[in-house]
Ligand binder design. Structure first.
Ligand code: HSE
Length: 307
C-alpha cells in the first residue's frame, strides 16, 4: 500500500464529569486526509483545505505526530500529507486531535500495522500537544479506539475502551466564536473543594457503570459537572439556555464539549436527539451568533479507511 485516504472523526472530550479523562467519538463529522509514501524520508504537508493552518511540519499537529510515529518505526520511507479540514479549529470537538490521530492511524496502515491503539494514541498526543500546550489524550483516544474511552493515566499512558449503549445519540451545537483551549484552561482553579470532588468522582464511576449496563437513567444522573462547567460556561453565550432547553426536551445530559464553545447533549434515541437539535438551534437563531448543528450516532469504529 502506497497511499491511504481516511476519515478522522470529531470527538467530545470531558463528557461533563470526566475532565481530561473521558471522551467519545462522533460519526458523521470529521476531516479527510490522504497520506502518501515518498521515497525521500521525512514529512511534507502538501495540501491544507478548509482551515488556515501551518504547512511547516514542526508547527503542524499532523506533521509532528507523523514525525513521531515514523521515527519510532524507523521507517525506510517518508510521507506527503493532504488535509481536508471539516472540523473548525477552536470549535471544541477535537479539531487538532483529528489531524493528529488521523495521521498516525494512516501511517500505521502504510507500515503494515506494527503499533497497537495505545501506542498510536501516544504518537497522536505528541501532535496534539503542539495545539493545546499540554499532552492530553481525551480527544485523541476516542478517535483511535472509537466509542467511549477513559484515560486511566497519561504517564505511563493507559487508555481503557468503554462500551457504548446502542441507543445513545449526540447533538452538537457549535456557536461560531473562538475559545482557545489554553485560555479555557487558564481560567480554571488550581484547587478544588473536597465536597465537589466527591460528587464528581462518584459521577465518573456511575457514568462508567451506566455505559457498561446500558442504564440510561444512571447515565443521565451522572452527566453533571460540579468543577469545570461553572467556570467555563461563562465563556459561552446562552449556555444555560441551551442546557435547560436540551434537558426540557428529554436529553439525558448536556455540557461543554471539550474546552468549548461547542455544547453537546446526549439522548436516548435519534428522535430525541433531533428534537434537541431543533430546540437549541432556535436559541442561537434569535441571536447574531452563527452556528453549526449536528446529530450523530456514537461512532464505535473510530477512524475509517475511505480508500
Ligand atoms: N480535556 C481538555 C480540556 C480537552 O477540557 O481542556 C480540550 O479539548
Amino acid at each position: 500500500m502506497n497511499e491511504i485516504k481516511i476519515f478522522s472523526p470529531a470527538t467530545v472530550a470531558n463528557v461533563s464529569c470526566g475532565f481530561d479523562v473521558l471522551g467519545f467519538c462522533l460519526d458523521n463529522i470529521g476531516d479527510e486526509m490522504i497520506i502518501r509514501k515518498t521515497v525521500d524520508k521525512g514529512v511534507k504537508i502538501t495540501r491544507i483545505v478548509g482551515a488556515d493552518l501551518p504547512f511547516e511540519v514542526t508547527k503542524n499537529v499532523a506533521g509532528v505526530a507523523a514525525l513521531s510515529i515514523l521515527k519510532s518505526a524507523n521507517a525506510d520511507f517518508g510521507v506527503e500529507i493532504e488535509i481536508y479540514k471539516k472540523i473548525k479549529p477552536g470549535s471544541g470537538i477535537g479539531s487538532s486531535s483529528a489531524s493528529a490521530s488521523g495521521v498516525v492511524f494512516a501511517i500505521n496502515e502504510l507500515l503494515g500495522r506494527p503499533f497497537n491503539n495505545q501506542e498510536l494514541t501516544l504518537h497522536g498526543m505528541k501532535g496534539e500537544a503542539i495545539a493545546s500546550g499540554v499532552e492530553h489524550a481525551d480527544n485523541v483516544a476516542p478517535g483511535i479506539f472509537g466509542g467511549f474511552t477513559l484515560v486511566k493515566s497519561i504517564n505511563p499512558l493507559k487508555i481503557i475502551a468503554l462500551p457504548t449503549p446502542s441507543e445513545l445519540y449526540a447533538t452538537i451545537i457549535h456557536p461560531k466564536i473562538e475559545i482557545k483551549t489554553s485560555e479555557a484552561r487558564a481560567i480554571l482553579p488550581k484547587q478544588i473543594e473536597l465536597s465537589k470532588a466527591i460528587k464528581q468522582w462518584a459521577n465518573v464511576g456511575s457514568l462508567v457503570s451506566g455505559l457498561y449496563t446500558s442504564d440510561y437513567e444512571l447515565i443521565a444522573e451522572s452527566l453533571k459537572d460540579y468543577i469545570i462547567e461553572p467556570h467555563r460556561s461563562q465563556l459561552i453565550p446562552h449556555f444555560d439556555k441551551v442546557r435547560n432547553a436540551s434537558m426540557n426536551t428529554g436529553a439525558l445530559g448536556c455540557g461543554i464539549s471539550g474546552s468549548g464553545p461547542s455544547i453537546f447533549s446526549l439522548s436516548k434515541g435519534e428522535e430525541t436527539a433531533n428534537k434537541v437539535a431543533k430546540v437549541i438551534s432556535k436559541i442561537y437563531n434569535n441571536t447574531n451568533i452563527e452556528f453549526d448543528i449536528h446529530v450523530s450516532k456514537i461512532n464505535t469504529e473510530g477512524i475509517k479507511i475511505l480508500s
